[in-house]
Design a protein around this ligand. Structure first.
Ligand SMILES: [Zn+2]
Length: 369
């Protein structure tokens, strides 16, 4: 069983440490989105230096390129990418179900590669085999993402996800008996925007022999806090919970941690960075805006990232206007550091009993409310 120590609780929120074979994750924590075994525009050393504790890679993308056997041959994701810390993989479900023309059956999913149209099939068993070959510390069960947001589609997807979870657990146990080192499996809670389905899914996942939980699928930003209250009140307290694909908006990190989530991942911060949309305590700014042409102050005076410590807004503006690669690098360092730091400060505020104040002062300044 994955070792997870809870150091402190406040309502549904918790402060803890997840102990993985590649090191500890102090939670709540923001996990870097390393889709193709790299965080776009950043080296693993830069990720480490900006304070990131863990990365999450994407099984769908790694199955297509370079293929999971090559990563296994390299010694696993950590060795292959030189990320010497905790690693996660998602199941591939989210990306596959987002492709056009997927064929779904009880057995699994047939799809065409978005790169060259080649035919692939993924089943709960093959997703587990792929994730074991990639060798991340924490795997996600293969889940079915609903084809629409209506109730019946969400319900069908949830039931299929539950049936597939049982098969994932069986396959995981088989692989666990034959492979080393230890790798761990999270069940994924589905149910979309319907809290009644979320509760049913949380109960089903809670009853299973898994190491933790991913909370996935579609939900609305407005309904997220309430949905998490429903789900995390049901899930067993002693296992970690990962909120899949959320964290572009700081409010989601506060709501997620407050309502019992331990880790988060999102491609949003680095994607926005590459487009010149950069976080500040006063909200996001577009560094390409002409008003920064002569602004020789740092992006944020009180940020200790490599970008803010060394460069001015005018310089960043110039790099973006001239389409220099360094623009994307510096911007990604800052945005990733920003979300990692916000979650680290949420952790500190929970320890120091100042979470409520920190949340309200941060959000009122950030969203100008
Ligand atoms: Zn910075």
């Amino acid at each position: 069983m994955l070792k997870f120590d809870i150091e402190k609780k406040q309502g549904l929120a918790r402060v803890g440490i997840i102990h993985t074979p590649h090191g500890d994750i102090k939670t709540p924590a923001f996990v870097g989105a390393a889709t193709r075994a790299t965080v776009k525009a950043l080296t693993m050393k830069e990720m480490h230096d900006l304070g990131s504790q863990a990365i999450l890679a994407n099984t769908y993308h790694l199955v297509l390129r370079p293929g999971t056997e090559l990563i296994k041959e390299a010694g696993g994701l950590a060795e292959f990418s030189s990320w010497h810390g905790p690693t996660f993989t998602d199941s591939g479900g989210f990306q596959i179900f987002s492709l056009p023309n997927v064929k779904i059956s009880e057995k699994g999913v047939k799809f065409k590669s978005h790169i060259d149209g080649a035919n692939f099939e993924m089943t709960p068993e093959s997703s587990m085999q792929a994730q074991w070959a990639i060798g991340a510390d924490i795997h996600m069960a293969f889940d079915h993402l609903a084809k629409s947001e209506n109730y019946n589609d969400m319900k069908e997807a949830m039931h299929r996800t539950h049936a597939w979870l049982d098969r994932c657990i069986n396959e995981h146990q088989k692989l666990k008996a034959s492979l080393s080192p230890e790798q761990y499996l999270y069940a994924v809670v589905q149910g979309g925007t319907f809290n009644e389905l979320r509760a049913e899914s949380a109960k089903y996942c809670a009853s299973k022999d898994v190491d933790g939980f991913g909370i996935g699928g579609v939900f609305t930003a407005e309904g997220m806090a309430e949905m998490l209250q429903v789900v995390n009140s049901i899930l067993p307290e002693n296992k970690p919970r990962h909120l899949l694909g959320m964290g572009q908006e700081p409010i989601d990190l506060f709501d997620g941690a407050e309502n019992g989530c331990d880790t988060f991942d999102c491609v949003g911060p680095t994607r926005m960075a590459r487009n010149g949309s950069l976080y500040t305590y006063d909200g996001r700014i577009n560094i390409k805006n002409a008003k920064y042409t002569h602004d020789f102050t740092p992006l944020m005076i009180d940020c200790d990232c490599e970008c803010c410590k060394n460069y001015t807004k005018a310089y960043l503006h110039h790099l973006f206007k001239t389409d220099e690669i360094t623009a994307k690098v510096l911007a990604s360092i800052h945005n990733e550091h920003f979300v990692v730091s916000v979650v680290n400060k949420i952790r500190e505020s929970l320890i120091g009993n100042t979470f409520t104040n920190y949340k309200s002062s941060f959000l009122s300044r950030y969203y100008h409310k």
